[in-house]
Ligand binder design. Structure first.
Ligand SMILES: [Zn+2]
Length: 245
């Protein structure tokens, strides 16, 4: 058995038998790792609440030869999830991104950029109630690090730069904006003028949309893009949508 030391963010915690807990760690060095915390349910002293979702920890774990679940030996807090529990909006947003990372990454694939992106999201959510534009900002950033970002800069079909054209044609299927010429022959949605530009500005900064209708349309576009290209149904997103947006 080898002992590993790493930093990790807790993505998920669930009961396993009476006294053990299954923990999904998103580690800086090794990506997603499924772990068992023996005795974490029985005695709170064993891990002193360090294994709560969204905590950032230093962790030591044992790995048996080959694959399978690792066993958490020690865990110390780097930063607690304090503040997330203070509003439903914060809790839902954090839960959405934890599931997003959990479902969109494979075990043992290191992803330092995504680790830091998740850390930034958690820190930001701890401080402020996120708006849809804030969630979108972090989501677009994470999609980019995973290689799934929608193409919002040039025509996704012919590659034409669209500096002189209004970006209003979006193809969920192709995964980005279409120029006027390509839009004549390809199925697409014609968006309001502020929608694509709102998405572009959400990519670089947190902030708001011009109005609620444009925000709603951006949300629909992102949903169609995710459904078509990633095809994971995130339970936490449905919750976030019905309770918060
Ligand atoms: Zn084109």
């Amino acid at each position: 058995m080898a002992l590993h030391k790493d930093e990790a963010i807790i993505l998920l915690k669930r009961a396993y038998g009476e006294s053990d807990r299954i923990i999904h760690l998103f580690t800086l060095g090794a990506g997603k790792v499924a772990a068992i915390a023996k005795g974490a349910g029985k005695s709170q002293k064993r891990f002193m609440n360090t294994l709560e979702p969204f905590n950032h920890i230093h962790v030591e774990y044992f790995e048996k030869h080959g694959r399978g679940m690792v066993r958490i030996e020690n865990a110390d807090l780097v930063a607690a999830n304090d503040g997330i529990e203070t509003s439903i909006r914060k809790a839902c947003a954090a839960a959405f991104f934890a599931e997003f990372v959990d479902r969109l990454t494979k075990e043992r694939e290191p992803h330092a950029q995504l680790f830091h992106a998740l850390k930034r999201l958690i820190d930001s959510v701890r401080g402020n109630d996120p708006t849809y534009a804030d969630v979108l900002h972090h989501q677009l950033g994470m999609l980019e690090t995973l290689g799934y970002h929608p193409n919002l800069d040039s025509c996704v079909y012919c590659g034409a730069d669209m500096i002189r054209q209004k970006k209003v044609n979006f193809s969920g299927e192709r995964g980005g904006v279409l120029c006027d010429a390509c839009a004549r022959s390809l199925p697409h949605r014609v968006c309001a003028e502020g929608t694509i530009s709102g998405l572009i500005s959400a990519r670089t900064r947190c902030g708001g949309f011009d109005n609620r209708a444009v925000e709603r349309e951006a949300q629909e576009i992102m949903e169609s893009f995710i459904t078509y290209h990633i095809d994971v149904d995130l339970r936490s997103y449905r919750l976030l949508k019905t309770t918060v947006f």
